[in-house]
Write a protein that binds this ligand. Structure first.
Ligand code: FA5
Length: 352
């Protein structure tokens, strides 16, 4: 009986200790104090050997009950302490959702990307495919397949970066027309645009860069006429520079087109009256174009008696310079955020 009282006292004391434990560390100490190897409950068990045999089972059972009660209480206390800890943490980390958020700079589209995408959108709407080409190109596709055999004097129009005698950085996007036509095995229609980077050994100045962008356009089908070219380019001019724009075609020369033209758009600033943008002429040159030369069709496997086509090539750099009033092409490639941020500001105001 005396033992039972001692046990009961021990249990009561343990419950008090458990309740007074204010954190996990204190609770752990209590656990060790009662249930550890040298703990009080473990100590009770050691008395067992001094008891008469018949009392042993009941005694063992009582000690076990005490142990279980203490274990259970510790577990419950542990749950309470964990919840208290979490509540405290949540309280101290409360987020004030009414505070204004920190400003995140998200950047804006590069003016060149914007111009290229605007042109792509127009032509996708007209049923054209967008085709990619190689920036490192074979001399054959860059020149020969475009009616520019080796030693043709017109190669001088495009000073080139050669890698080997037969490989160069493409000087225009026109090799993509040659490659695409070749893949079609002489079967039209072909209706593509090819945007991409091109490279020339031009000295960099305000309007020339050794690396710039071009967009090539090519349509080959039965019965394609110069008027199709003109209608398409008139639409392009309106898309880029406004509904009131007109175009004019001036005779020109490209070895891969015949006839060839330079295309001017009526000045969007002065409406054709003459100003500093159009150098007082009322017109701004925007691209080169023409009807695909029969030799080019033939070399790519198309019968020029059956098929005809038009092609054009424009420089989005120069277009973007005109559209946004940029005075130096090098701004596009030096990635000065002060320059680029201006487009972001204009974009934020919804002006472009
Ligand atoms: C050509 O490259 C022809 N392949 C275009 C073409 C395609 C004509 C299909 C007919 C049929 P050109 O050398 O004129 O043409 O270049 C086209 C455009 O590239 C120019 O109008 C100009 O906007 C741009 N360009 C040429 N050189 C530079 C340069 N160094 N820096 C920036 N833009 C340039």
């Amino acid at each position: 009986m005396a033992q039972t009282e001692a046990m009961s006292e021990l249990k009561q004391q343990a419950l008090v200790d458990i309740n007074e434990a204010n954190n996990e560390k204190e609770l752990q100490d209590v656990k060790v104090k009662y249930l550890g190897k040298k703990g009080s409950v473990t100590g009770l068990m050691k008395h067992m050997k001094d008891l008469p045999k018949e009392e042993k089972p009941a005694y063992g059972q009582q000690v076990n009950e005490v142990r279980q009660t203490i274990e259970q209480e510790i577990e419950e206390r542990q749950t309470v302490l964990a919840k208290e800890k979490l509540d405290k943490q949540l309280e101290s980390e409360t987020i004030d959702v009414t505070l204004p958020s920190r400003r995140i700079d998200i950047g804006a589209k590069h003016p060149l990307t914007r111009t290229v995408e605007e042109i792509e959108d127009l032509f996708l709407g007209l049923g054209y495919e967008i085709v990619d080409g190689y920036e490192v190109e074979e001399d054959y596709y860059n020149f020969e397949a475009l009616n520019l055999p080796k030693s043709h004097p017109a190669r001088d129009m495009q000073d080139s970066f050669y890698i080997t005698d037969e490989i160069l950085m493409r000087t225009h996007t026109s090799p993509v027309q040659a490659r695409t036509m070749e893949k079609r095995n002489g079967q039209g229609p072909v209706k593509i645009i090819c945007p991409g980077k091109v490279y020339r050994r031009d000295s960099d100045d305000a309007t020339h860069s050794h690396q710039f962008t071009q967009i090539e356009g090519l349509v080959v089908d039965k019965g394609i006429k110069m008027s199709d070219l003109k209608g398409t380019l008139a639409l392009l001019a309106k898309q880029l520079f406004g509904e009131d724009r007109e175009i004019r075609l001036r005779p020109s020369y490209f070895p891969f087109t015949e006839p060839s033209v330079e295309v001017d758009v009526s000045c969007f600033k002065c409406n054709g009256k003459g100003c500093n943008v159009c150098k007082q002429t009322g017109w701004i040159e925007i691209l080169g174009a023409g009807m695909v030369h029969p030799n080019v069709l033939r070399m790519a496997g198309f019968d020029p008696e059956v098929y005809s086509g038009f092609a054009f090539g424009l420089g989005p750099d120069r277009i973007a310079m005109l559209k946004y009033g940029i005075e130096d092409i090098r701004h596009f490639y030096t990635n000065d955020v002060r320059f680029l941020n201006q487009f972001k500001a204009v974009e934020d105001r919804g002006e472009i």
